[in-house]
Design a protein around this ligand. Structure first.
Ligand SMILES: [Zn+2]
Length: 233
C-alpha cells in the first residue's frame, strides 16, 4: 500500500536530480545514478593534497590535509555542497562526511586522530541557516572513523572576515578578529578539523594559528572540496 502511494505521488510530484534536473527513477534520491557515478569518479584526492598544503600559509603543526573535490561552479561537488549548505539537506551532509571518512580511512596519517572537530560557524550564519554544515559533515566523518566529535567555541568578539580586502590583508584581518575559547579535552591532542569547502583558507589559517598556540595540538584537515584558484581570490 505504502509503495503504491509512493509510486502515485512520484507520478504527480516527480523528483528531479538536484544536479542535472532529469526525473529520478524509483530507487534514486537527490541525485540520478549518472551524476553520482560521475561525481564519485571526479574525486581525485591523492594528487590535490600537496597542492592544497602549498596554497595555504598554515603553520607546520598541520600534518595532513585532504580534500575530495576541486570546487568548480557547475561540477557535481559544488551542487552537493550548495545543497548541504543552503537547502537544509543535512542527510546529504552526513552521507558526504561518511564518504570523506572512508577516503581518510584509506589514507596515511589519519589513523591516529583523537577527535573530529568541525570549523566553528559565526553566530550570524548560524542564526540565518539554523545549523553549521561543517558540523553535519564532521559527524559523518566521525561515524566512518569511529571517533568522537568535539567543538571549539568562538569568542563573542569574533567578527566575520571583511570582504573586499586583498588576500594578505584578509589573512591578517582574520587572525586579528578571531578568538577561541579553551577546550580542555582538546589540549595536546591530534584533531581532525573538518570543513565543507576551503576557499581562501583565511578562516582556517586563523583558527589553526590560534589553537596551536593555546592548545598545543597536532592538526589534520579534511574538507569535501577546495577552490583551485584560491591564491588569486
Ligand atoms: Zn543527475
Amino acid at each position: 500500500m505504502q509503495e503504491w502511494l509512493n509510486d502515485l505521488s512520484s507520478l504527480i510530484y516527480p523528483e528531479f536530480c538536484l544536479h542535472c534536473q532529469t526525473t529520478l527513477l524509483d530507487q534514486e534520491h537527490n541525485f540520478c545514478l549518472h551524476c553520482l557515478v560521475g561525481g564519485f569518479s571526479a574525486a581525485h584526492p591523492p594528487k590535490n593534497i600537496p597542492w592544497i598544503k602549498q596554497q595555504l600559509p598554515l603553520p607546520k603543526r598541520v600534518s595532513n590535509v585532504f580534500s575530495l573535490f576541486e570546487y568548480h561552479k557547475k561540477a557535481f561537488g559544488s551542487t552537493l555542497i550548495k545543497q548541504i549548505k543552503y537547502h537544509n539537506k543535512k542527510q546529504l551532509g552526513f552521507a558526504s562526511g561518511q564518504w570523506l571518512g572512508a577516503h581518510l580511512n584509506k589514507s596515511k596519517g589519519f589513523n591516529k586522530i583523537d577527535y573530529i572537530v568541525p570549523i566553528p560557524s559565526h553566530k550570524n550564519k548560524l542564526k540565518t541557516r539554523g545549523y553549521n554544515q561543517s558540523e553535519i559533515i564532521a559527524k559523518g566523518v566521525a561515524y566512518a572513523l569511529n571517533k568522537p566529535v568535539e567543538f571549539f567555541k568562538l569568542k563573542q568578539s569574533f567578527k566575520p572576515i571583511q570582504l573586499g580586502l586583498k588576500r594578505i590583508d584578509r589573512f591578517v584581518n582574520a587572525y586579528q578578529s578571531f578568538g577561541v575559547l579553551t577546550n580542555q579535552k582538546l589540549m595536546q591532542r591530534h584533531i581532525l578539523l573538518v570543513d565543507d569547502v576551503i576557499t581562501t583558507g583565511a578562516t582556517l589559517d586563523a583558527l589553526v594559528k590560534h589553537i596551536t598556540k593555546t592548545h598545543h595540538l597536532n592538526i589534520s584537515i579534511a574538507s569535501l572540496a577546495f577552490t583551485p584558484n584560491a591564491s588569486s581570490i
